[in-house]
Design a protein around this ligand. Structure first.
Ligand code: DX5
Ligand code: ZN
Length: 223
């Protein structure tokens, strides 16, 4: 069953020239966790930030949970670096590793949470056999690689299907069901109704003039 909702701003939409202050500001504005998007110009056609930037946020004093969403291939060596840098959850794409089970074991052996991300074209079946190793199932509601894209409406079906599978599985029932991409106050309620309980928002928060107001509007729309 969905748990109480969490809101995780994606730093991809923040002002990188003052990232520490940006992260402080969204946490002070009521964010529950930070979503740290990692793009490698290989698995996705864009390049973002690496472990030193996450480490710098920890050195700056950020203590909130940070989910490293790794859109990078191959992922096994990199994921260790993000855990060393201070990630509390590492989320990977099944297409970005030759051996999904091994990669998830590598994450969990380090004592942090493990997530799997499903692209708009990837069925939940891709992760069904590893649900016992997973703390977060992330349904991508855009194709990975860029912030500021439009929410793909069929993603609601993917969330509903994932929710049904998780609820039907003793291994998956405790996992978070996260939705990522194009989330705003006009669609977050539908994503919640479909069964999601964690919501990434980049543009809808960092693109707003008042972060507290933006997060309050998202929470209000969650009901
Ligand atoms: C897309 C990323 C998302 C995205 C969220 O590849 O994984 O986290 O940047 O940003 P918005 O909310 O702007 O779609
Ligand atoms: Zn993301």
């Amino acid at each position: 069953m969905p748990r109480s909702p969490l809101i995780a701003p994606s730093v991809l939409a923040a002002d990188f020239a003052c990232l520490g202050a940006e992260v402080d500001a969204v946490l002070a504005a009521g964010a529950d966790a930070i979503h740290f998007d990692v793009m490698d110009n290989h698995y996705v056609p864009n390049l973002s930030v690496g472990p030193p930037v996450l480490r710098a946020l920890r050195a700056h004093g950020v203590t909130a949970p940070i989910e490293a969403h790794l859109m990078a291939k191959p992922v096994d060596r990199l994921l260790e670096d993000f855990i060393d840098a201070g990630a509390t959850c590492v989320t990977i794409h099944p297409e970005a590793t030759e051996h999904l089970h091994r990669s998830l074991c590598l994450i969990r052996e380090r004592g942090v949470q493990a997530g799997v991300a499903l692209n708009p074209g990837t069925p939940i079946a891709a992760v069904e056999r590893v649900l016992h190793l997973v703390d977060v199932v992330l349904v991508m509601s855009v194709n990975p690689g860029f912030g500021g894209q439009a929410f793909i409406p069929e993603s609601l079906d993917a969330v509903r299907t994932a929710r049904a599978r998780l609820d039907a599985s003793p291994d998956g029932a405790a996992a978070r069901l996260e939705v990522d991409g194009g989330i705003h106050a006009g669609n977050i309620g539908a994503a919640r109704a479909a069964g999601a309980d964690m919501f990434v928002a980049g543009t809808a928060i960092f693109g707003a003039p008042d972060y507290a107001d933006a997060i309050a509007k998202l929470r209000a729309a969650l009901g």
